[in-house]
Design a protein around this ligand. Sequence first.
Ligand code: G
Ligand code: G
Ligand code: MN
Ligand code: NA
Length: 253
Amino acid sequence: LGIAADLRRALDNDQLEVYFQPKVTLADRHVVGVECLARWVHPAHGEVAAEDFVAVAEHTGQLARLTEVVLVAGLRRCKAWAAAERPLDIAVNLSARTLLDSRFPELVRDLLVEHAVDPAQVTFEISEPGMLNDIERVLPSLYRLRDLGVRLSVDDFGTGASSLAYLRQWPVHEVKIDDSFVQGMATDSGDLAIVRAVIGLSREFGLKVVAEGVESELTLELLEEMGCEIGQGYLFSRPLPSERLEAWLSAQT
Ligand code: G
Ligand code: G
Ligand code: MN
Ligand code: NA
């Protein structure tokens, strides 16, 4: 299909962009890091949804390059912030398929060394449904990444029908509550109950909990009351291109 060739051309010509969305402490809105998100403006069709071009990349052998572009963009920012004495963590999304490539952990190790970034400042977010599909084959890479010292997060948690008991078994550090529950929790008692349960269990298991899709002050207050410490969402900032993120950070205090 034409779109696969177009994506290849965009990767060849460095036309993929990376946006950054702040993660903040809910108690005082102190920024602790950013999620790095791939963006592609197609020359003819305009902006393509990330899930669509990520799927194209997965099916046409371009996923490794896409992931590397996003990771390198994040590592560059991370290094620059450390040099400016404003350390911020970065988070990068991984497809479960990337974890099936046994060379990926070595690539990560090499890039961390090349960019002189502390592994503890890097989190990889893996969507719960993808992880669940192939957990036996994904686990070896998760263990190797964990041994490098990077942090692992279960993204979109609650959408994959995992048993909550998996949170204790998987070698992960963080749970990201899916935005559908976070957006519903102020008006839907079922969503509220799910969010409360996930926060409670994550805390019991010593996992960091991040709420994604925080759009209102009411949601922020409910999350904070329930013991969730970190949030991300339009209430704080949309994903921003690098220059606009820097302006946003400068305005923070
Ligand atoms: O940023 P946005 O809301 O458009 O993201 C839509 C989906 O695409 C999200 O699930 C997000 O995790 C995913 N996504 C964005 N960037 C990347 C990326 O670099 N790699 C992978 N695998 N997924 C990404
Ligand atoms: O699946 P993942 O968590 O990686 O998805 C991240 C995407 O969620 C981002 O690309 C961003 O566009 C989207 N997002 C981030 N914050 C909000 C929000 O407050 N509301 C909505 N509707 N989407 C959000
Ligand atoms: Mn994510
Ligand atoms: Na999500």
